[in-house]
Design a protein around this ligand. Sequence first.
Ligand SMILES: Cc1cc2nc3c(=O)[nH]c(=O)nc-3n(C[C@H](O)[C@H](O)[C@H](O)COP(=O)(O)OP(=O)(O)OC[C@H]3O[C@@H](n4cnc5c(N)ncnc54)[C@H](O)[C@@H]3O)c2cc1C
Length: 439
Amino acid sequence: MKIPKNCDVLVIGGGPAGSSAATHLAQAGIDVVLLERSTFPRNQVGESLIPHIWKFTDMTGVTEKIEQEGFLAKAGGITVWDDKIHQIMFSDFGYKRPGLHVERDIFDNILLEHALSCGANILNQVAVKKVDFSNKEWPQVFYTDKRGDSNNEGTIRCQYIIDASGHSSFLANQFKVKQTISSQFNFLSLWGYFKNSRFAGVDRQSYPEEALITVKPVTFVMSFEGGWVWHIILRGKTSVGLVIPSDRTKGLNKQQKELFFKQTCSQLPYLNKLLEPAQFIEGSLQYRPDYSYYSNNICGENFYCIGDAAAFVDPIFSHGVQNALYNAATATVAIKASLKNKTKRLRYSQLCESRMQQFYGFSRALSLGDYGCNGVNPELVKSLMKTLPPLELELILVASEMTNRSENFKKLAREAGVLDQSYVGFSDRKQERIKTLSF
Ligand SMILES: Cc1cc2nc3c(=O)[nH]c(=O)nc-3n(C[C@H](O)[C@H](O)[C@H](O)COP(=O)(O)OP(=O)(O)OC[C@H]3O[C@@H](n4cnc5c(N)ncnc54)[C@H](O)[C@@H]3O)c2cc1C
């Protein structure tokens, strides 16, 4: 397909944020072009999805395609944090639909193909290199087209740009506004995949992979030495990742990192039981150093940064994909309104920015303890708490008891008055504190 010379909206990146934004716009009859530098399906980490995603997939009409794929349905999560064990079940909070454990290459590809089927122009292997904003009405995007054997430079003009480039935060880097959360919050992630792992079941027992036909899995999370580890069973392999202070692997080469990863996994209680019969998939170790960042300039009159391009929050509560889908919905409402009424486009972008910052502030307060305060507007977070449906709020309040990361969040909840008499902390039914796990 030829790359057009202009369009209404140009989206950078085809992950969940970009593909959902392109779908919303195409469904509204807007001329949208999405440029993705890799070839889909492409690998991506972040396999645990919470049930909140369904309201966004319903909006874009992709729910049925996701359901047809048959991803593993997860019932909730078990955490072992500072030796305290907790279990949470989505169904106890009124969620009729499950969370999911998804292979992200397949999940993200479903969303991108859906955007295409809705009329978005999708081009893989085309990397955006620069955006020139000197013409405010029609910014110019410079790209390199690497399709086939080509390596052609080209440009495209558009009225609005959506930056959904993930952790490369294309525009935040071009504007030089990307900030790390705190010099003290210095973490990285190492993750890899195992074959034949056992998994944590909804009844807190561990099971061999074959039992997935009859037993619903849960995501297993555990703290250790200042960091934490995840175990997410997928179809045919298991994702295991460490989130650790960066200095732990300082100076280690790739081989040494892999050794560190394997040794850590084999030494951690519970996790080592789950992995006892498992084999590490050689070559699967990956690494992400730029952990948790934000920017205070994510929307402007002609640009919107969404998903990880805008901010990244430690994924301890699996908020990443949900945030990406939420941002896509919010930004495209603002763009649709701006296309209809250009004189108000700055105002729409400001409203959108405060909505998205509110959402990120909420996630950061929940996940990052005191570190999460920088750049967070506490009043915005409190107002979001007050507007959440009661069961959704209760789920989050209960989740905030599961780790030691949510002190800041609980303080804001108290100030917002949502931690009143009706909330009694650990209710036996909704959140069980468990003495042991039979792994
Ligand atoms: C270690 C780790 C664990 C995580 N675990 C979870 C989890 O369990 N649950 C969860 O919900 N989230 C998790 N996340 C977060 C989640 O993966 C992200 O929030 C999510 O992928 C964000 O989607 P996105 O569309 O913004 O970006 P991405 O999925 O990163 O997509 C961005 C796309 O943009 C493309 N791109 C980049 N630059 C350019 C360019 N210049 N031109 C064209 N294309 C470009 C990339 O190729 C990519 O395909 C985790 C993240 C990490 C790092």
